[in-house]
Write a protein that binds this ligand. Sequence first.
Ligand SMILES: [Zn+2]
Length: 213
Amino acid sequence: MRDFGRRLLDLLYPPKCAFCRRLVEDGHMLCPECAEELPYVDPENLVQLTDGGLRCVSALWYDNTVRASHHRYKFRGAAAYCGVYGELMTAALEDSGLEGDIVTWVPLSRSRLRRRGYDQARLLAEEVAAGMDLPCEALLRKTVNNPAQSGRASAAERRQNVKGVYEVTENPEGLRIILVDDLVTTGATLSEAAGELLGAGAESVVGLTLARA
Ligand SMILES: [Zn+2]
């Protein structure tokens, strides 16, 4: 029955590549051309040290193709992209050699989650956790509905904008945590969230994103 439903869905909405939107055959949302040509972060730059001193691994550079795909994912309901994004992120993390015991994500505020209907970072965290055979748990809560980081230009403004907006909800003592978000720019958001986890006793935190701007 699941196969039948799947085939029917494929007839109604033929699967397309998440990046170039060409039709793809096997339901895998990455065409061979994009698999070859995506702007992968080169192996020697896989790990970026953010402003706040957090090690962060990203699969792709945020070029025009990735930006357009990410916008469909984040703002236009293309939640199904989480599968292929998660695979790219898992591969990047494995290539980086960095490790963790548990996967979590940088959460949306409740009001934004209500409006969007899904938490784009959570879906990615679940995919990465499944790919690495690790547990995925909510460890953080967003307590302040601050303005979007995209409106803040400087690194200092970005740090100020996210200061104190996350709260730890589960005891992370002794855990090596993989902290997932969709995008990293200066790393202010990831560093702030990681700081809360480390302050509550986490052993280590590594950031993991789909793309690096
Ligand atoms: Zn493609």
